[in-house]
Design a protein around this ligand. Structure first.
Ligand SMILES: Cc1cc2nc3c(=O)[nH]c(=O)nc-3n(C[C@H](O)[C@H](O)[C@H](O)COP(=O)(O)OP(=O)(O)OC[C@H]3O[C@@H](n4cnc5c(N)ncnc54)[C@H](O)[C@@H]3O)c2cc1C
Length: 400
């Protein structure tokens, strides 16, 4: 086994300080590599949507020693309440029961809490450059020459794109996003709303045909609005044009009833507005020479899989582990990373595609049927079936 610090190709640039990028940096550092992260944002993103976190991602968190820290920010929803336009309960899912069925190995976290906890685990031992991005990548057999937007130029042994669904690294090295994007027929938006109390750890969801609106809160007085709407066609807007995205949201939900009016008013003041298509990334290969992709950048399964963060962490764990096992031989490591994880990911993507067909009910009957499914889930045998979906069966993590 190679000694720590003996690794070849030690200097590794990671684009993106999200879930995958920071997890990768954690493991690379531990194995004796020298990772550097470049993050386009001024600082770590705050607020944001809640994610279910369980299965293999939970195992990676345990291995990193951060599971206890994460438990402290676990949002303890008592139940998910399905409501009608008059805020009357029409069904519910008992979150506590679901967590018990997972033997406590499940959490609900704000994405930003997960990202921050992983980031803190780096203990300031990894160089992180905020407010910058890769502008150009040129690779030859011996190194990767990187030009940054701020004008700096640096050489690295390897570059890993962990920069999310709209990855810049993928764009520069593998080609245009539209070659790889599979649009699943929905748009989603999420943002923190101030001065809107619904009590602690509450979660209500309202549906009307083609649309879903939810409000949830944690015990730190943070309330989040979360929307999904279906759209057969992809919409035209720029990723940078936040005003246009807010305008789309107002048009889509202005006649929604329930609390839509108040939630839309908060668009004027929110500071963490998020809007995007619900899409997957499908690629034949996750690496090209000395450059590879991890997390949403390479294999985004979409929010419909309910596992994007988990799988971002698992991919990072495997990629770092294989680089260690190959003593930095990147060709061998990248090949092994795909061999272990790619067909598994493809199955997860396929099941999210099937789920997309019925995710947001398109009629009142569909909403009634969905409420019935939730009622059935409170019966033990059905809840066990539901839980099996989340157990990441078929992926056993190697110990590196
Ligand atoms: C509404 C919603 C709900 C979800 N629910 C769940 C859930 O329940 N369970 C679950 O497991 N997953 C869920 N997900 C998916 C999950 O959030 C993602 O799969 C996960 O965040 C992917 O991690 P990542 O590190 O690959 O990408 P990200 O978390 O997107 O991180 C990418 C990072 O790269 C940075 N970046 C972007 N461009 C550049 C650039 N050019 N240069 C440098 N840095 C850049 C970004 O600022 C960001 O910090 C959900 C997603 C959404 C949108």
């Amino acid at each position: 086994m190679p000694r720590v610090n003996d690794m070849n190709n030690k200097n590794i640039l990671i684009s993106g300080a999200g879930i995958a990028g920071t997890t990768l940096a954690f493991w690379l550092k531990k194995y004796g590599f020298n990772p550097t992260i470049v993050e386009i944002a001024l600082k770590l993103r705050e607020g944001g949507y809640a994610i279910d976190f369980m299965g293999a991602g939970y195992d990676v968190a345990l291995k990193m020693g951060i599971a206890d820290e994460l438990k402290k920010v676990d949002i303890d929803f008592s139940k998910l309440k399905l409501v009608d336009k008059n805020d009357q309960e029409k069904g519910s899912m008992n979150y506590e029961k679901v967590k018990n069925l997972m033997n406590g190995r499940a959490m609900t976290l704000l994405r930003s809490d997960l990202a921050k906890t992983i980031y803190n685990s780096l203990n300031n031992e990894v160089e992180i450059i905020f407010d910058d991005t890769i502008q150009q990548i040129e690779q030859n057999t011996g190194e990767v020459k990187v030009s940054f937007k701020n004008g700096n130029k640096r050489n690295f042994d390897l570059v890993i794109g962990a920069d999310g669904l709209h990855s810049k690294v993928r764009n520069l090295v593998f080609g245009d996003e539209n070659q790889f994007e599979k649009y699943l027929g929905y748009y989603t938006s999420s943002y923190t709303i101030n001065n809107f109390s619904i009590g602690n750890n509450a979660f209500s969801m309202y549906n009307y045909p083609y649309k879903q609106v939810a409000i949830y809160s944690n015990s730190r007085n943070q309330t989040t609005a979360f929307f999904i709407f279906s759209s057969a066609e992809q919409l035209t807007y720029s990723q940078r044009d936040i005003e246009k995205q807010k305008q789309i949201m107002r048009q889509e939900f202005e006649n929604g009833g329930w609390k839509c009016h108040q939630l839309l008013s908060a668009l004027d003041t929110t500071t963490d507005f998020y809007f995007d298509s619900v899409s997957q990334i499908e690629m034949d290969k996750w690496s090209n020479g000395r450059v590879a992709l991890v997390g949403d950048a390479g294999y985004c399964p979409s929010l419909l899989s309910g596992k994007g963060s988990t799988l971002a962490m698992v991919g990072a764990y495997i990629l770092a582990g294989e680089l260690k096992e190959a003593n930095g031989n990147y060709q061998q490591a990248f090949e092994e990373y795909e061999k272990q994880f790619k067909s598994f990911m493809e199955k997860k993507q396929k099941s999210a595609q099937s789920f997309a067909k019925s995710f947001v009910p398109k009629s009142s009957f569909g909403i009634w049927l969905r409420n019935l499914v939730f009622k059935l889930m409170s019966i033990s045998v059905f809840s066990k079936l539901f839980i099996n979906q989340f157990k990441d069966i078929g992926l056993k993590l190697k110990n590196y």
